[in-house]
Design a protein around this ligand. Sequence first.
Ligand SMILES: [Zn+2]
Length: 216
Amino acid sequence: MSQVIEQLKQYANKIVDTGLVVGAGGNLSMRDGNIMYLSPSGFDLKEIEDHQWVRVHIETGEVLDDLKPSSEILMHLECFRKRPDITAVLHAHPSYSVGVSSTGQTIPPLFPDYPAMVKSVAYLEYMIPTTHVLADAVAEVIEENDVVVMRNHGVLTVGKTMKEAFFFMQLVEESAKVFTISRTVGNPRILTDEEVEDLRNLSSEKYRQKLLKDAK
Ligand SMILES: [Zn+2]
């Protein structure tokens, strides 16, 4: 089994086990040279067999296998085209992030790891999933952001590795969860711009990498 398939399988399981998607929701892909391996349409992510990951030519968009790829194929392709530095794209529908996004609010920095690790987040208004419109909107912001929150829909993350994309997804969802809890209890104190700046300076790449290494 190739390393790419092995990683896709591992993280497809993790995404479901950590509750980031339910049923056949969510999709993930990895780059291998000019080829993108994408989850097939309509499958429970835990039930995809090794040969069922659909190969797609990144430049032409040609589907190289018989199985139907995820209907979010356009979004995944745009990420790989716009970001030569990444190898993994993850899209999920995590409850707290979707909930917070539906109110039109952004997910604020309430604890250090989030702003230290995630440099910037793009927020998109609601657009019909699987369309060119959504894929184009993602293409417009993905060069500057590793995380895209789609209102009333879900979250997309990209990473140099799938581990990184998954960690970004977890951090965003954890932040949305903490925000929801804090709003239930009272009025949260949000980390100030200065505090965020300090964190990023002191954190530097070392801190970031350490967190990433420790991430399960
Ligand atoms: Zn979706």
